[in-house]
Design a protein around this ligand. Structure first.
Ligand SMILES: [Zn+2]
Length: 328
């Protein structure tokens, strides 16, 4: 079976006038409930993440600031439930990682919010309160596991990169639109010190599509991942890289998200995807369903493919930049 992390409590962090609102998760869950595979999911309710696990990744000041009600930056709202919900988001993902680590299930999807990949060590930002994926990856690393984080959101996960930039036990890979929010993720940002070569960024031009990302997967991301040999893969699952997203500019179709899962599964079957962005509700629901059905080994077919521009120059430059670290 495949795990699904979900709780109605995730709907309590909400602002109807903001693109990152509770309707996103409602659309996902109601669509999943219509699917024949829904009864094959092992649905687990979240627990609060322990504070010591969060403070291993975030500063005390930042954790305190998340209790405030209002705006943490011009994009990031909080309400009276937010702090509690953010603890449940990180805690839900942690619980799923523990289940997979214990061998109870092989893979899963954490339908959690608020999202996390923009939250740095010291700062909540970009709709994100705590960095759920980084908290889970750090916990796995403290348990002796090598972790690969693969980020397919249209935005660069600056927070995740920041937290693991000088480490070689957690690898961060991202393709993203550039220039775009939050402005980080340049091709030459490859890590620092012990972490050199363990951060890989593919900044892509507006309109880059499936041909481009497939080539990146086949020639860079997958070969490096195979050499890194992760014990666990966490996917920052952002569906704003779909061609229809109003906050995006890349051109991926829904079926391509299944291809990403399929390719990564060949590197390591123990994986969990964690919800990040994606603001077209129908696409979001189908993207999540595609990834879960792929994990279950009975992929749904949407016949939603998009052709966009290629990015051979990015692939070539990455090979040059990374050849001293990896056999590519
Ligand atoms: Zn995003």
């Amino acid at each position: 079976m495949t795990l699904l992390v979900y709780s109605d409590e995730y709907l309590l962090h909400n602002n109807d006038n903001h693109p990152e609102n509770a309707e996103r998760l409602k659309a996902i869950i109601s669509y999943l409930r219509e699917q024949p595979f829904y009864e094959n999911l092992n649905i687990i309710a979240p627990e609060h993440a322990p504070l010591d696990v969060i403070s291993a990744v975030h500063s005390e000041d930042m954790i305190e600031r998340a209790k405030r009600i209002g705006w943490l930056d011009p994009d990031t709202y909080t309400n009276s439930y937010t702090y509690n919900v953010a603890l449940l988001a990180a805690g839900g993902l942690l619980k799923a990682c523990r289940e997979i680590l214990d061998g109870n299930e092989k893979n899963g999807f954490a339908a959690i919010r608020p999202p996390g990949h923009h939250a740095t060590r010291n700062r909540s930002m970009g709709f994100c309160i705590f960095n759920n994926v980084a908290i889970a990856a750090n916990w796995l690393a403290e348990n002796g596991k090598k972790v690969l984080i693969f980020d397919h959101d249209v935005h660069h996960g600056n927070g995740t990169q920041d937290i693991f930039y000088d480490r070689n036990d957690v690898m961060y890979m991202s393709f993203h639109l550039s220039p775009h929010y939050p402005g980080t993720g340049g091709i030459d940002e490859i890590g620092r010190g012990d972490g050199e070569g363990y951060t890989i960024n593919a900044p892509l031009s507006h309109g880059a599509g499936e041909e481009c990302v497939r080539k990146l997967m086949e020639e860079i991301f997958i070969p490096v991942a195979e050499e890194f040999k992760p014990d666990f893969i966490i996917i920052s699952a952002g569906f704003d890289s779909h061609y229809s997203d109003m906050l995006g500019g890349l051109k991926l179709g829904i079926d391509f998200y299944g291809d990403i899962i399929e390719m990564l599964s060949k590197v390591q079957k123990r994986m969990i995807a964690s919800l990040e962005g994606g603001y077209v509700k129908e696409v979001l629901a189908r993207g999540v369903a595609k990834e879960i059905s792929q994990m279950l080994g009975e992929p749904l077919k949407f016949n939603d493919r998009a052709s966009g521009s290629k990015c051979d120059d990015v692939v070539k430059r990455l090979k040059e930049l990374l050849k001293n670290y990896w056999n590519i």
